[in-house]
Ligand binder design. Sequence first.
Ligand SMILES: [Zn+2]
Length: 218
Amino acid sequence: MATKAELESASRHYHHYLVAAKTAIQAGNIFAAIQNSVASLSSIDGMMQFERKSNQREFNLIETIELILTYSPVIFDSESLDRLADVLKSQKRIDKNASADIAKNLKTARQQLNNSYQLWLHLLQFPNHTIEAAMENVGAPKEWLTWLVQYWEMQGYARRIELTGKTHVQVMLPQDEIVSAKCPGCGVVGNGKKWQFWNTNTCPKCKHQVVFVMIKKQ
Ligand SMILES: [Zn+2]
């Protein structure tokens, strides 16, 4: 059992990262907001225990988890969703003691990340399509997709252009960072731009259609 001092310290850490994450969101910096939210994950269990004991507080939403779920799809950040999934798995009390169904919301966020990628890829492949046509091609609510594109514009991933009275959205390639990724079938490792691994690729070695798994740099 953790001591009261340990729980109090966890609570302090959590609130430190929460404040940093909220400040980043207000400044429009999604990367920093998610980074700080992910940094808070290890303190959530202790924070919840501390606050339940001292304030009899019941939890509905855990704000840093909400930030990760809301904004990861915007910047195609599946890694942060994986981190959250790991914490929920190893600290089952978190989802149990929050009234929001975090596991279900995580599933929704993964679906949104897929939708986000579909829209982005469509705009990249068919730059002559209007934004309306591109959105119809993605099975997600239009209000959410409109929200998504606004955030892309803020992050410099997209810009709106008017052509013959119609709105088009031009997307830029985010994260040109070179990463290594591994074929889940045969294990061959290749290098490429991060976004190239989001989609299904044909493995150059085993020739299967696979989604490469990005591996951490040593
Ligand atoms: Zn392979």
